[in-house]
Design a protein around this ligand. Structure first.
Ligand SMILES: C[S@@+](CC[C@H](N)C(=O)[O-])C[C@H]1O[C@@H](n2cnc3c(N)ncnc32)[C@H](O)[C@@H]1O
Length: 160
């Protein structure tokens, strides 16, 4: 019975991520580096990862001296990423939150790996909340109605 409840909790947590933004799927290391290169951020700057998963993107950013803020709706991924990024806690702040319900804090760049269905909603949120000129990198899916300023290896760069 306990196992059944654990299985149900895990399925619900992972299913929720898929329903409200994207299922969990990590960005590969090379594409993570590409996204950071395109965002053109340097030490001391801050990047937001919308749906931070296991924290890989923010860990790679931290190795470049970039501060990171991550929002993750799946409690299991949130806890795992919290443990995984603990040694870099000076650089990385993680929140167990639905990013659609969060007003984005000031940042020098944003990264998002969502699914196609949510890219229009993402555009509206970023347009409302980001200061003009903020670079945004998306992986795999483009933002509808916007022309990317640059693109490489499946990563698209936009300027809001
Ligand atoms: C495709 S994965 C990307 C993970 C990570 N950013 C990376 O690139 O390795 C998308 C992540 O976003 C999370 N997610 C989806 N919708 C969300 C929402 N509305 N708020 C917070 N996290 C969300 C999922 O649980 C999943 O971990």
């Amino acid at each position: 019975m306990v196992y059944w409840w654990i299985a149900a909790a895990v399925v619900t947590a992972f299913g929720m991520g898929a329903l409200v933004g994207a299922p969990w799927l990590p960005t590969f290391r090379r594409e993570t580096e590409t996204a950071l290169d395109l965002l053109d951020l340097g030490p001391g700057q801050t990047v937001i990862d919308l749906g931070s998963g296991t924290g890989t993107f923010l860990l790679v950013a931290a190795r470049r001296g970039i501060y990171g803020v991550g929002y993750e709706v799946n409690p299991f991924l949130y806890l795992w990423s919290l443990a995984r990024t603990w040694p870099q806690r000076r650089y990385i702040r993680l929140y167990w939150r639905n990013y659609w319900r969060v007003e984005l804090p000031p940042a020098d760049g944003v990264y998002a790996f969502l699914i196609k269905r949510f890219m229009g909603k993402l555009d509206a949120k970023l347009g409302r909340e980001l200061p003009p000129g903020t670079p945004v990198a998306t992986y795999t899916f483009q933002i509808p109605g916007r022309r990317p300023e640059n693109q490489r290896g499946g990563v698209f760069l936009y300027r809001y």
